[in-house]
Design a protein around this ligand. Structure first.
Ligand code: RIB
Ligand code: CA
Length: 302
């Protein structure tokens, strides 16, 4: 039994690794990839998504999405992911084109074609917010949203805010208040499951996919000597191995203005929302299991 998923992405080096895992795992059926401005501009995130699909010789539609956040001015992360968004490997120039539909139209059509699908956003949530605003009927076809983003232990853009939510806090607020079950895969776990230098070195010697990912990751400016955070890959790891995570159900909301703009705020004592929850928040992860799984998954790719 495969799980039908749709990924909304801003490749981005860790997005590229997450797409790699989703495309190649037999338990997952990736029906559509949509792109959004985030790590780099949407023309580049779209080209990068196409490069990954073409690298694996797959026929997965890619639809381009929002060029700007809903309200907040766009600010990229090229300082982390390079000007192209995916430096360090030559994907060539013949990697196809996006489909002739907007991300929102493609999302609506793909979701309504399924009884149940999992939505995996790994960039800002602008496309998701626009989708729910324009086509609310899709919500009943979404089993859950497994979203990379947010933090309950400090941010990476400010002390309060994580990049995906900081990029479009208004979209994040819409998503968290949409009434669709959410799994929050935030910095609380992605900054623990660091790819170690040993894992990265082994990756480069595994196979063609390992060589490609090694090229990208060695040009990735996130992390430290302790290791490189593969933020977005943790969404796929959660889908396949939820047992590796410690989670807590809580009500999560988003700060959309002021100095803490983009902060995700959890009702950790269930004290202020009549006991209601809207998210399963990942608070801990088996980091060794993540490193082992990452290498094993790539080694299986022919
Ligand atoms: O904060 C990490 C997130 O921001 C990841 O999705 C990374 O790709 C960047 O988009
Ligand atoms: Ca991303």
């Amino acid at each position: 039994m495969t799980t039908k998923i749709i990924m909304d992405t801003d490749p981005g080096i860790d997005d590229a690794a997450a797409l790699t895992m989703a495309i190649n795992n037999p338990s997952l059926d990736l029906k559509l990839i949509t792109t959004v401005a985030g790590n780099v501009t949407v023309d580049k995130t779209t080209a990068n998504a196409l490069k990954i699909v073409h690298f694996f010789g797959k026929d997965i539609p890619v639809a381009a999405g929002a060029e700007q956040p809903l309200i907040k001015p766009f600010e990229d992360a090229a300082r982390i992911h390079g000007e192209s968004g995916m430096p360090g490997y030559d994907f060539g120039t013949d990697y196809g084109k996006p489909i002739d539909k907007s991300a929102v139209e493609a999302l609506r059509d793909a979701i309504m074609a399924e009884d149940e699908v999992v939505l995996v956003p790994t960039g800002s949530y602008t496309n998701i917010a626009l989708l729910f605003s324009e086509y609310p009927e899709v919500k009943s076809h979404i089993k859950q949203i497994v979203a990379m983003g947010g933090s309950f232990s400090g941010g990476n853009m400010t002390s309060a805010a994580e990049f995906n939510v900081f990029t479009d806090p208004d979209a994040a607020k819409i998503m968290y208040n949409a009434g669709v079950p959410i799994v929050t895969v935030g910095l609380d776990v992605t900054l623990k499951a660091l790819l170690t230098a040993d894992t990265i070195e082994k990756l480069g010697k595994l196979n063609k996919t390992g060589e490609m990912l090694h090229g990208l990751i060695t040009h990735y400016n996130d992390g430290s000597d302790a290791g490189r955070p593969m933020h977005d890959v943790n969404t796929i790891f959660y889908l396949l191995h939820p047992e590796a995570f410690t989670t807590k159900d809580m009500w999560v909301d988003v700060q959309t203005d002021g100095p803490a703009i983009g902060a995700t705020v959890g009702d950790v004592r269930a004290a202020y929302h009549d006991g209601k929850t809207n998210a399963k928040v990942c608070l801990d992860i088996d980091a060794d299991a993540f490193n082992k799984w990452f290498l094993e998954e790539v080694s299986k790719i022919k």
